[in-house]
Design a protein around this ligand. Structure first.
Ligand code: NAD
Length: 258
């Protein structure tokens, strides 16, 4: 049996309705897994999951503890034992310090809650369902390793994901559950392309110009595709990575951060 054969194993993927999460879900399905696809966007999830085999889709807003508890209960009722949890769901928007509008502090806190606390809530709720050799893989970002002007909440959330990952690796290591983080560079998803446009507009520059600057910081000057990220998740969830825990793996075509 190949080390990347996940036949008969259950994998939970959050943020599975689009972008990187959908590519990761597809990759696990192609390698035999049964995938529990989770997203808060019901319409996108329905469209994404329509053509896929061996999946169950769940509309869950992971920032809502009661919805997380119901989801965990549903998996428990079905007798699911989790081989891998892919904590991929995340949101992104700018939170500049000079925004003193009403609600700016709430937007900052909401982003942290959505990107970090939700990850903790879900991992905690699913804890009783993990197999002995389970793998938890948390989506951080290359921005989890650097500072970026005007994006302090998003950047702080992705740094926090790395801290959560390292701590849980120690907490769960004696049970042989591994916990790692992935840090993608710029990946061609609708959300990232919208963000590129917003940043370019804000800087008063063209998208092509800003994109070329990003690519010039990469050893391989190509924009990443969602499928380029998926392989790292397969590897980390497989026995090939049985001695890897508490680590962050950068998948960025060699992007150098300042
Ligand atoms: P995306 O917007 O295409 O996908 C994110 C998905 O997460 C969406 O379908 C959204 O509905 C879901 N989601 C968000 N909050 C949720 C919640 N509370 N409950 C349930 N579902 C929720 O984005 P993407 O570009 O594919 O990014 C996926 C992940 O990768 C994010 O965590 C993002 O921060 C990270 N990332 C992306 C890039 C990039 O360039 N695309 C780079 C580094 C890191």
């Amino acid at each position: 049996m190949s080390s990347l054969d996940f036949s008969g194993l259950s994998v939970v993927v959050t943020g599975a309705a689009s972008g990187i999460g959908l590519a990761v879900a597809r990759a696990f399905i192609e390698h035999g897994a049964c995938v529990e696809m989770v997203d808060k966007d019901a319409a996108a999830l329905k469209e994404a999951s329509g053509q896929l085999a061996r999946i169950t889709s769940h509309v869950v807003d992971l920032s809502q503890p009661d919805q997380v508890a119901s989801f965990a209960h549903c998996l428990q009722e079905r007798g699911i034992r989790i081989h891998a949890l892919i904590n991929n769901a995340g949101i992104e928007y700018p939170t500049p310090l000079d925004d003193d509008s009403l609600g700016a502090a709430q937007r900052w806190a909401a982003l942290l809650h959505n990107n970090v606390t939700s990850m903790y809530l879900l991992t905690r709720a699913l804890f009783p369902l993990f197999r002995q050799d389970a793998s938890i893989i948390n989506q951080s970002s290359i921005w989890g390793k650097t500072g970026v002007a005007d994006f302090s909440a998003y950047v702080a959330s992705k740094h926090a994901v790395i801290g959560l990952t390292r701590s849980l690796a120690w907490e769960l290591g004696k049970r042989r559950i591994r916990v790692n983080a992935v840090c993608p560079g710029w990946v061609r998803t609708d959300t990232a392309m919208r963000s590129l446009k917003n940043i370019s507009d804000y800087m008063g520059r063209s998208e092509v110009e800003v994109l070329n600057e990003i690519l010039a910081r990469q050893a391989i000057p190509e924009l990443l595709e969602p499928a380029d990220i998926a392989g790292t998740f397969l590897f980390l969830a497989s026995p090939l990575a049985r001695a890897i825990t508490g680590q962050t793996i950068v998948v960025s075509n060699g992007e150098v951060m300042s």
